[in-house]
Design a protein. Structure first.
Length: 113
């Protein structure tokens, strides 16, 4: 955890559908937030999203709305009370998940633009 000072982003991904990378990402976000760092947890699983269920959040709007150009990230962030965690859920999938990974919108989102 001492090395977290220099880390700006962490990507948790998975190639196997039976592994639970989502709960690993949520647990990691919690651990990092407990260390005092602010955390933005983004559910980019547009195929089977569950971050909204873990944090008991609505999933009406989210990352898919940002990628389709309908919303800004700041409009869809959920602030988790009494923690340093902010969450962007996946939203209702309006785009093909495979296309979203390679889109210029996703690249801009990841670069903070």
């Amino acid at each position: 955890m001492n090395k977290l000072k220099s880390i700006k982003s962490i990507l948790v991904t998975n190639t196997r559908s039976y592994s639970d990378s989502t709960s690993i990402a949520a647990d990691l976000a919690g651990l990092i937030a407990q260390s005092g760092k602010r955390v933005l947890l983004v559910d980019a699983d547009l195929h089977q999203p569950i971050i909204h269920q873990i944090f008991n959040l609505p999933n009406r709007v989210g990352l898919s709305d940002v990628l389709s150009g309908e919303r800004n990230p700041s409009e869809i962030m959920h602030y988790i009370k009494e923690s340093n965690i902010q969450v962007i859920t996946s939203g209702n999938t309006k785009i093909t998940p495979v296309e979203s990974v390679h889109s210029t919108q996703m690249i801009g989102f990841l670069q903070g633009q």
